[in-house]
Write a protein that binds this ligand. Structure first.
Ligand code: GTP
Ligand code: MG
Length: 200
């Protein structure tokens, strides 16, 4: 399940511009600052791969990274930017929804949730939307090394209450993994999980 090689392939601004080679892919989704880039860098054990292809502007939205020449990690823009205009948010959401609903090679969405803070409405909205639309999802809880969340909460409590709040929108409880890009917690578990989902 280890990653030997990662290549940046392309940034696409529409789902139909994404690679058409049929290789399986995992989309990395989550709030800005949740630890998306850090997780990708930790997974591939390269410091800045997720940053090197990051181009500003909302037209450069879907970044495909080819792993071991056989499957993709897809970096999506963070949602919930406080500074993004309302119209930019709308564009983001219709664009991303189109990708999730139409991308046939999507194995699963890895939805990153910051376990060091109490649950956020925007994360719940996102998780509920994915659940209602039967999009396969794995919850990846980030920053689990931070033992004290805000308001006296802790990662395990935050995770439990998050799962409780989204439960009714899922037929089955989605898989979930606790991670830390600082300690490496969950890295191998997540790689193994992804290899099981894609069957190789
Ligand atoms: P955007 O690119 O703005 O969407 O953010 P992002 O989701 O890519 O987050 P990024 O990886 O840049 O991390 C945001 C901040 O959280 C940085 O200061 C990281 O050092 C910190 N961070 C990320 N992962 C962890 C983690 O597992 N533990 C701790 N303690 N801090 C983390
Ligand atoms: Mg980032």
């Amino acid at each position: 399940a280890q990653i030997k090689e990662v290549q940046f392939v392309r940034s696409s601004n529409r789902p139909k511009d994404c690679p058409k080679d049929g290789r399986p892919e995992f989309a990395i989704l989550g709030r800005s600052n949740v630890g998306k880039s850090s997780l990708i860098n930790a997974l591939v054990k390269k410091k800045e791969i997720a940053l090197t292809s990051k181009k500003p502007g909302k037209t450069q939205l879907i970044n495909h990274f080819l792993v071991n020449k056989s499957w993709y990690i897809v970096d999506l823009p963070g949602y919930g930017f406080a500074k993004a205009s309302e119209s930019a948010r709308m564009d983001w959401s219709s664009f991303t929804k189109g990708y999730f609903l139409n991308r046939e090679t999507l194995v699963a969405v890895l939805l990153l949730i910051d376990a060091s803070v109490p649950q956020q409405k925007i994360d719940l909205d996102c998780a509920n939307w994915l659940g209602r639309n039967d999009i396969p999802i794995t919850f990846v809880f980030t920053k689990c090394d931070k033992m004290k969340g805000g308001k006296g909460t802790r990662p395990d409590e935050n995770i439990r209450s998050f799962q409780e709040l989204i439960r009714q929108n899922y037929k089955q409880q989605p898989p979930w993994i606790m991670t830390s890009s600082v300690t490496g917690l969950g890295r191998d578990e997540l790689l193994l999980h992804m290899s099981q989902l894609r069957n190789f």
